[in-house]
Design a protein around this ligand. Structure first.
Ligand SMILES: NC(=O)c1ccc[n+]([C@@H]2O[C@H](COP(=O)([O-])OP(=O)(O)OC[C@H]3O[C@@H](n4cnc5c(N)ncnc54)[C@H](OP(=O)(O)O)[C@@H]3O)[C@@H](O)[C@H]2O)c1
Length: 245
């Protein structure tokens, strides 16, 4: 995949992995980042003034529609969507009230919104001579964590959708990438970064993801994500025990 001369939308690009991706891409591409917090977007733009920013909660259908209309108007040449925004609610999946909230919120953010953005942008992307959809998922797709049951299930859905889309688009101008990230030290963990597994930095996660895309590898499993896949295959119970501490 050529990472120069593109117009790229990075959802959740105001901090963490999304911001690291945006920062790494902005020298040779036009990059638009979105997020819910205007303050975080302002901070991101003050560090990287070339970024274009847009406030948008991608789980809100109206805001998603406004984002797409703004892009159509301001950046009709958009050719890469990076579905990065994500997050999970840690809950006891056996607690009905808490589970109900996490189920809807985690599916909306980690599956419905990225799949909807991809679906709505696809006609436009298919008209470009080269284009890509990049879905950021997790090694927990293979070995889910019980307290993030709905987040893991939503990412597993995005993993499955990425594979279907790649198959449906074979031979077309739109490439489909999936980056199954390992543990990354970001605000995702809200100060509770698991200590039983080594974490990589957001900058390293972005570097590894972009290196893989440059190579044209459709499914990237940096760091411990590759191990998670093999553990699931060879010793799933041991793998689940390791992930669930
Ligand atoms: N950190 C990890 O260990 C890890 C591991 C595997 C996979 N991942 C995946 O990597 C991706 C990036 O995670 P991260 O660690 O960089 O998280 P992060 O540091 O918490 O950043 C999340 C970004 O998404 C934005 N965001 C959250 N909810 C949003 C919404 N409803 N609408 C629009 N933007 C929203 C946030 O901005 P606002 O808060 O302003 O909206 C922020 O810019 C996610 O898909 C995550 O699932 C992370």
């Amino acid at each position: 995949m050529n990472l120069r001369g593109n117009t790229i939308l990075v959802t959740g690009g105001s901090e963490g992995v999304g911001f690291a991706l945006a920062r790494a891409l902005v020298d040779h591409n036009r990059v638009i980042v979105c997020g819910r917090s205007e303050e975080k977007l302002r901070r991101a733009q003050s560090e990287v003034p070339e970024l274009h920013t847009r406030v948008c909660d991608i789980t809100d259908a109206n805001q998603r529609g406004e984002l797409l209309s703004a892009i159509e108007h301001d950046f009709p040449e958009l050719n890469i969507l990076i579905n990065n925004a994500g997050g999970g609610h840690p809950v006891d999946p056996l607690d009905p009230a808490a589970a109900e909230i996490a189920l809807h919120a985690d599916m909306a953010l980690n599956f419905t919104a990225p799949a909807e953005l991809a679906t709505r942008l696809l006609p436009r992307l298919r008209a470009r001579p080269r284009a890509a959809i990049v879905n950021i998922t997790t090694g927990l797709v293979y070995l889910p964590k019980a307290e993030l049951a709905f987040y893991c299930a939503a990412k597993a859905a995005l993993h499955s959708y990425s594979r279907s889309l790649r198959w449906a688009l074979r031979g077309a101008s739109v490439e489909v990438y999936e980056v199954l990230l390992p543990l990354v030290d970001t605000n995702f963990h809200r100060g509770r970064l698991p200590q039983n597994i080594p974490a990589i930095s957001a900058e390293r996660a972005a570097r590894l993801a972009l290196k893989g895309m440059l190579r044209g590898a459709p499914e990237l499993r940096p760091g411990k994500s590759a191990l998670a896949r093999w553990l699931d295959f060879l010793a799933p119970r041991r793998g689940l025990a390791a992930v669930n501490g």
